[in-house]
Ligand binder design. Sequence first.
Ligand code: PLP
Length: 470
Amino acid sequence: MTAKITSKPSRNSTRRHFIKTIGMVSTALAGGMSFGKNISRKSIELDSLKDNCSFSGLPPNYTYLNSGTEGTMPECVLSTLQENLIKWARNPTNSYELDPILGKRQEFNRNKVADFLNVGLNNICLTDNTTMGLSMTIMGLAFGPNDKVVTTNQEHTAIRSPLQLLNQRQGLKIETRSFPSANRLSKMKATEIVDFLFPNIPALRNAKALCVSHVYPTTGVRLPLYALREKADELNIKYLVIDGAQALGMIDLTQKDDRLEHSDFYACPGHKFLNGPPSTGVLYIKNAHIRPPEFYPTLSQRMIRYADGESMSYPIAKALQVRGCSNAPGFTAMVRAMDYINDEGGAEYIEKHILSLSKDVKNFILSQAPNCIVSPYLDKKLLSGLTTFYPFKWTKPQIPLKDKESVNWVVDKLLEKNIRVRSIGIPTPGNPNKLSTKTYAIRVSTGYFNTPEDVDSFKFALRDVLNRIN
Ligand SMILES: Cc1ncc(COP(=O)(O)O)c(C=O)c1O
């Protein structure tokens, strides 16, 4: 008998407003942006959408279960974006130089993000995406010739790429630890996984940085930030650098176990689970006073402040923010997505909804094919809104199908039924330097806008598709 996860009933998401609002939205948005005479009429239409946070951008018969790749945007976010693009277009110079919301220093939006995450203004820099935040961090830290960093075999290229660059350019040593195989991983507890990945051995001790993900895009494993912090302290690792691409908008980053402040640097996007616009993200920097020669602002117009020695107290988050023209209208819309979360009941509430849907997906796979689940399901602390599993023939559930072709076939057949999930490559354990060896699995992301009905549609369609697989 396989243990089942107990699901709490979840509230219907705001997609229920879809039918009511679709006519109004398509009128306002289908016209796109128009400047000149129409502008005041457009502004009035947008005003009426600003408080409407239905997810009607997604067609009614489309079950979108891939927020792990990209989220969508509710109307209030879309209209905020459009409104501020128009504002910019009307008065570009003023917008960039002086506007308190759109201007290059971004203090207003940085403050709003800081409030949402319960940290300070100078802990926050707004970025284009996770990749930018990780690059600013890894390239900014002043690694010396004998330094090493610890990472895992399942990191995204957003972490691996800058580490590789430093490895090749200046010989930074990289200790890559392998996750256990899927059948072992799915039954593990949080402390077991963290101890397995980062044992107290000389090869890991005294590393300069531990560079890992909060939630793994491959397996959906969520590594509790407090456990990573404890581990980094135990191993005397100076910096805990976190890739939070799959966490913002899914996990409450102000709560005990997963509080942002457990990390030293945390990079995350606005465009995935948060349902903000493309090209938005956040970099959290714990030490607001960090500066050269400990940390350099690599993408910035403000290095001069440190170089001339006159203003050594200039906050690094501000130095990283002032980097030419950024996606300021996008940042206003990302902040709107955060306000929306607060209006809905807060990040903790959103997390509960997402986890409850993902438990439902996990239980469905467990009930039919316990051998095929990859994501952990026994320890609550490891759960996320991502569920990964190997497909299987419905009548032979004991045999996981791990090849790319079978997985892509299932993804394509589900898409023919208007269900969007994705295929994901999982590096095999034991050979951290040969990252190209992978098995393939299906990944289902349950976002805030998803409903129990979406999960039911997925289950129904999956059963049909797996009955047809050869
Ligand atoms: C773990 C992880 N890191 C980084 C990224 C890249 O995210 P972004 O587009 O925000 O740079 C992704 C995208 O899927 C991801 O899953």
